[in-house]
Design a protein around this ligand. Structure first.
Ligand SMILES: NC(=O)c1ccc[n+]([C@@H]2O[C@H](COP(=O)([O-])OP(=O)(O)OC[C@H]3O[C@@H](n4cnc5c(N)ncnc54)[C@H](OP(=O)(O)O)[C@@H]3O)[C@@H](O)[C@H]2O)c1
Length: 198
């Protein structure tokens, strides 16, 4: 059987439903679809969090997260959404919050619920700012979303911490560096790095 051509970015059958990559030539997002970008702050071992809490809270990094995600639909696992509500008392403002859960009874005011990551991506396409759909974590969602993800906005923290959730391996797939900025806060070194799929 002839091997089906696949999108070089999302590994979907041609034409890719997300970015319309045609014969390995990127021709831009289809109308009503967008690129999918993940934002995460990770330690040296790709640590994300422990006990459903973040390991590091760097004020400038929180501002960067806000700036990058503002105005765009953001997809969150039910656990990460819970930790956000505990921290700020409400969903992320100025962004369509889309929460992925298997719990058919789960709901939250002004939040879109999705039964799967794929349903969340479909719903995100119809939201304001969908030219860039943000994956906001946590570990389960980053992992499932990685095949659909074109761009990573990472904060690489020069530290290690005890963790129970980790960002998936990405290093071999995301080798195009768009930007890199080195910073330090209270003696903690970190790098903002924007990557795209090879
Ligand atoms: N450092 C960072 O940048 C960053 C960013 C975000 C989060 N985090 C950290 O990540 C940790 C949380 O990550 P996590 O992996 O434990 O949880 P998560 O990904 O936030 O949420 C997991 C939940 O999402 C739902 N889910 C996952 N896959 C699904 C699917 N295919 N279909 C339907 N529902 C699905 C399930 O909800 P139900 O159980 O309701 O079915 C599951 O329990 C926390 O420590 C948080 O602080 C860190």
């Amino acid at each position: 059987m002839e091997k089906a051509e696949r999108c070089a970015i999302h590994n979907q059958r041609q034409p890719c439903g997300i970015c319309r990559v045609l014969r390995n030539q990127r021709i831009g997002p289809e109308k009503g679809t967008g690129i999918v970008s993940a934002i995460a702050a990770i330690g040296k071992n790709r640590e994300l969090g422990k006990g459903n809490e973040l390991l590091w809270r760097i004020p400038d990094d929180m501002k960067r997260f806000k700036k990058l995600s503002m105005g765009h639909p953001i997809i969150l696992g039910r656990k990460t959404f819970g930790s956000i509500v505990r921290a700020i008392g409400k969903p992320l403002p100025g962004r369509t919050n889309i929460v992925v859960t298997r719990d058919a009874k789960w709901s939250y005011d002004e939040v879109i619920v999705a039964k799967s990551l794929e349903e969340a991506l479909e719903k995100a396409k119809g939201a304001p700012g969908s030219e860039e759909i943000i994956i906001g974590g946590g570990a389960q969602i980053y992992k499932q979303a990685l095949p659909y993800t074109t761009r990573l906005y990472l904060t690489l923290i020069d530290d290690e911490g005890e963790a129970d959730s980790f960002f998936p391996e990405y290093e071999d797939e995301f080798t195009i560096k768009l930007n890199e900025e080195r910073h330090e806060w209270n003696g903690l070194k970190y790098v903002w790095v924007d990557l795209e799929r090879t």
